[in-house]
Design a protein around this ligand. Structure first.
Ligand SMILES: Cc1cc2nc3c(=O)[nH]c(=O)nc-3n(C[C@H](O)[C@H](O)[C@H](O)COP(=O)(O)OP(=O)(O)OC[C@H]3O[C@@H](n4cnc5c(N)ncnc54)[C@H](O)[C@@H]3O)c2cc1C
Length: 438
């Protein structure tokens, strides 16, 4: 066992890098434990989540009666090192529902995140121009976390090691350690998969919405202790629609042999935001004109048609995470097992109606036909929600020495991709963790 440090951060992903770097800059003794060892590709246009990727954990999940795999970054930078990289801030109307103080807290966190990450707009690609032209006034350019062709991750923008934190990679955490030996009460450190123990005044979980839930449940924090971990997760359901090469501009969908010397464009440079009236309410849908077929951006993926996405950004349905029936996490507890993930455990018929209506509108406007394929945005959040599992400073309710600061805690999934918001919220929660140790 090592000596007791001020802060032990589990996971060097998006939130983990923010929390660790800010706390180290404030003079705290910080250790970061990251499951992954290898670095992801630095090329901004590459999403290294394919079948051969060595920088992701793979969580099997149920969706629409079939099994899909949810890849999550398992590397310094976390999912931000393998994601689509588009950065959108949460609209103020969504924040109002988080609590009266959140619009101000979020604005401060976002300003601090923007200063570090500096996301920037990229030129709209031909597919984005073609799709948005069909929806006048609805296209919105989205900023990307990149400098030129190089991806900028949280590990670049908030480098924990450069800030003075000790970063251990290849260090999957198996479980939390409890003073007194029983779950709950006071958390005083963690145990790694190889049995090594680390002691800390406070543990901050930043293992992602899936990794953090798995770790809490494995460590005895869950419904039995009054913490509804993973009970009503949120995700933006997405359907994928084939672009018909006979309809879309030839340059957008032609399967020309990829030129290894030429980087493909950003996967998303612009989205189309559509209000879709359904049953007396108005749903918000995001049309994603992906610039290339996904196998051009994801190494190792089998060739597939060029598709665009239609995502529901205001879903009423919820998912669920439960501990796997096999309580043994295996030799590597952070590889993606340990959880039963059901993305559509609590479906809402209004969601299906909204997606069907949106698909109809998109097909009409673009002259497309064909069956949409059910998919997911990879935006899962809310597995250890504020107000239910943690308080609004991220402290696990009724437990001392334990905080959560990643996508798990979002009180409600915003109507935008969550990446930028996770960084902004991590800035805010880092400030609380630092104040708590001062
Ligand atoms: C393929 C993909 C594409 C996406 N595209 C976009 C996008 O374009 N725009 C957008 O807004 N959002 C996007 N997202 C979502 C966004 O990336 C996430 O919401 C965000 O990264 C979540 O940050 P986090 O800190 O909660 O978790 P992560 O960034 O996933 O970090 C978690 C870290 O914890 C580590 N970890 C897990 N378990 C353990 C353990 N037991 N011990 C030690 N370490 C552990 C992991 O290895 C990882 O490094 C995408 C996500 C994915 C997967």
């Amino acid at each position: 066992m090592t000596g007791r440090v001020d802060l032990l951060v589990v996971g060097a992903g998006a939130a983990g890098c923010v929390v660790a770097a800010r706390a180290a800059e404030a003079g705290l003794d910080v250790v970061v434990l990251e499951a992954g060892g290898r670095r992801a590709s630095r090329r901004a246009c590459v999403l290294d989540v394919g079948p051969d990727s060595e920088v992701v954990a793979r969580y099997p999940a149920e969706l629409d009666g079939r099994t899909v795999v949810l890849p999550r970054g398992r590397t310094v930078g976390g999912s931000g090192a393998v994601n689509g990289g588009y950065c959108s801030a949460t609209p103020p109307a969504d924040l109002a529902g988080w609590g009266p103080d959140w619009p101000r807290r979020y604005a401060v966190g976002l300003a601090r995140a923007a200063e570090r990450l500096r996301p920037r707009l990229v030129p709209a690609d031909p597919v984005a121009r073609w799709v948005s032209a069909a929806f006048p006034g609805r296209g919105v350019d989205v900023a990307q976390a990149r400098h030129g062709d190089r991806r900028v991750t949280a590990a670049d923008a908030w480098d924990p090691a450069a800030a003075g934190a000790r970063v251990l990679t290849g260090a999957p955490v198996r479980e939390l350690r409890w003073a007194g030996g029983h779950a709950g009460g006071t958390c005083d450190g963690v145990v790694l998969a190889d049995g090594r123990e680390f002691a800390a005044r406070e543990v901050v979980l930043c293992a992602g919405a899936l990794g953090t839930a798995a770790l809490l449940l494995r460590s005895g924090i869950g419904p039995a202790t009054g913490h509804p971990v993973g009970r009503r997760t949120e995700e933006h359901p997405e359907v994928l629609l084939d672009l018909d090469p006979g309809v879309a501009p030839a340059t957008t969908v032609r399967e020309s042999a990829p030129d290894p010397g030429q980087a493909p464009p950003a996967l998303l440079s612009r989205v189309v935001r559509l209000p879709v009236p359904v049953g007396g309410a108005v749903a918000e849908v995001e049309v994603r004109p992906y610039s290339v077929p996904l196998h051009r951006a994801i190494p190792g993926l089998a060739p597939q048609p060029h598709r665009i996405g239609i995502a529901l950004m205001t879903p009423a349905g919820r998912g669920e995470l439960r501990p796997d029936t096999d309580p043994d996490p295996g030799p590597d507890p952070a590889a993606g097992g340990g959880l039963r993930v059901v993305l559509d455990a609590h479906p809402d018929p209004a969601d299906a109606a909204a997606l069907a209506a949106a698909t109809g509108i998109v097909c009409d406007r673009l002259g497309l036909a064909g069956e949409p394929v059910a998919s997911t945005s990879q935006h899962l959040s809310g597995s250890a929600r504020m107000g239910e599992v943690v308080d609004d400073a991220g402290r696990v309710l009724g437990v001392a020495g334990l905080r959560v600061a990643d996508a798990s805690v979002l009180p409600a999934l915003p109507r935008r991709g969550p990446y930028y918001t996770v960084l902004a919220v991590a800035e805010d929660l880092a400030a609380h963790a630092i104040a708590g140790r001062a």
